[in-house]
Each structure stands twice: as structure tokens, then as C-alpha cells.
Design a protein around this ligand. Sequence first.
Ligand SMILES: [Zn+2]
Length: 407
Amino acid sequence: MRYWNRIGTGLWLCALLWVAGVLCAQGLDIESRYSPLNRQRSPRRSTEYIILHTTEGGGRGSLEKLRRYGEAHYMVDVDGKVTRIIQRDRIAFHAGRSMWDGKTNIDNISIGIEIVGYHDKPITARQIEAVRELLRQLKSIYKIPDNRILPHSMVAYGRPNRWHSVSHRGRKRCGMLLARDDVRRQLGLSGKPSFDPDVRSGRLVVADPYLNTVLYTVVPVAQPSAGQDSLSMIARGRSAWDIARENFNSPTTVYIFPDGTRRRGDQITDWNRMPPGTRVEVGSEGAEQSSDVERVQVIGRDGTTAAEIAGAAITRESTIYFLKDGSVKQGSELSAEGLMNLPDGTGMLVGYVHGGIIRANRRAFDICGPRWNLPTTFYRMPDGTIRSGPEMNERNIPLGTMVFFQP
Ligand SMILES: [Zn+2]
């Protein structure tokens, strides 16, 4: 009897040691603090990529913002502590306007990890350790090869705008250093894409040559040399976009003119007359994602003309106009004269599919599939208001609502 007891105790001890061993081998200091939006997020149907971000702000502010908007699956703080924000099998909105190898809306097919830090500064040893272990676990669960673990800046792309007449890579530099070979080796990653498939195929052009060399060459070219101060100053050959990227007209970007007056990005309309020497302060705590929030562009606020907002896409079918008379038109439906004379307040979406109208037998999912609740999908309600995907409940979208989504 006693003998069997001893064996029993021994088995228990073994089991305990085994469990402890497994826990230690996993070695992650991880905690769930799910976003209030977690339960509303749709399950992800496939997982082909892991996207690595840098928060561009401190841990506390970033975590609060990421949780509030459900903008990542995980955040890795400077001390290596990992927080779960959205369950890994649901969709998190972390990549914004994105494309890789012709696939868009990468949120639908990826996991997003936010690393507290900056795109051009080394992350901590504890973060390296934690990200390495987190990636090891996710890779084994989802069978994702290393060349599909990509920094956000590799997959983000920008719509045409006043500075770039066509869609372009270089919308942001998020996670840039995570493309460097030495950093990837530390993270246990071997291999990365050797070129940008969307640039090679002509779907996108390179708008940030420096970023491009960091992402795809072994020895990146040096960033244009200049003091930190003059790098954030508008000059010949250095526009507001070069400094602030798509945050150029965001309320969190502040312009300090040579005469000392200050203006927020959303208060400026005449971008062609920004005086050289204007200093640009971009973003605030945890502001990494602000340019990822897709919204309807408005003539008079985001540009003085349609061409300033849509560049060469002004006449395309994929540019949608919300006219003041309540009608909705595609660029291809408007005359050259009509396009020239659009009044202030006209709304625009650039790079969109006009999915048509919700009917009794044609629901949002039938129109755009799992994109229906993405923040990049827009609904024009019968009363004329426009809402984005996360604001919608698929079961009670009024009949007659129009749906617009990114292809
Ligand atoms: Zn990012």
C-alpha cells in the first residue's frame, strides 16, 4: 500500500515537474488584457502572415490606445512583458491600407504584433527574447514561413495624393528595423523577401527610397545626412509628406511656421505654399496607427481640388465622389468640367470598389465577404451619413445602404 502511495507521489511530482518544464520552456511573461472590442471581431479564416509593428510611443499610452481600438493581437513592452489584446484567431485592425503580393487588406490574413519602441531604434534584449519566443509559438501553430513575417512598412501602402500621383509604398516606416538581417537573426528568423512584389509588378511605386533600401538591401544607404532639427523642417525637396507621411494632415501633426505661428495638420489647406523652414512635429504617444485610420477625404479639408486628393486616380472608376446633391458617382462618370468644379465639402474615397446596394437578398457579406466589418470598408446609409465597418451590425443594415470597400 505504502509502496503504491510512493509511486503515486512520484508520478505526481513527475507530472508537476513536466508542467513546470513546459511553462518554463515557453518562457513568455504573457497576460490577457483583451480589448473591449475583442468579442465583436470576426474569426480570421486564414493566417498567412505575421506583421511586426513599432508603437512609436511609450508602453502605457500605446497599450491603452491599442486596447481601445483593438489594433493588435499582442503588444511586447520594453521589459519583455507580452499582453494579449485581440484573441489570435480573430481579426485585429493593425495594418490599415495594406498590400502584399497583390493581396490587400492584410488584416484579414495576418496576426499583428506591436513592439513598444521606434522604427529606427534598437529594441531591448528582453523584447528580442520575448518576440523570438512569441514568433516561435505562432510559427508552429500557423505554419508561417520566415519570409512571411514582415514589418508593417513592407506591406503598408498609400493612396494617390498631392505628392504621389499613384498608389505607393512608403506610407510609413513602422517596424523598419525588423527587416534588418542582424535583427531578424536575433529573432530567430532566417530569410526575408528580397524584393517588393507589388513594386516589381507595377502595382505600386517606391515613394520612400531610404525605406526601400533598409527593407531590401544588406547594406542600406545612409539616410540623407542632416541634423535631426533640419530633418523635421520643410525645405526644397523635403515636403510635409516626406516628414509626416500620411499623418501630414492629421490633427496630431503640428506645423510651426518661421514666424512662430502653430497650426495643426487638419487646419492647413494650402499645402503648396508651406514656407521653407516650417518645423513639423509628428504625432504623440502611441500615435503609430493614426494614419491607418481610413476616412472619407473631403475637398476643402484634405485638398483644395479633387486632383490634390486623388492624383492621377481622379477620373478612375475606383475614385468615389459623394456629391453635395446626395448622389454618389465614380470618377469615370464625371466630366472633366464637373471634376474641376466640385465644391468644398464633396467627399471622396480613393482606391475603392463601389459594391452596390444592400437588399433583402444581398447582405454586406454577399457584397464584400469578410471585409464587411473592416475599418477600411464604408457604408453610406439611406439618410446620407457614412459609417465604417466596425460601426455596423451586419444583421440590421438598412436596405438601400451603399457599400464601398478596398479591393
Ligand atoms: Zn504599424
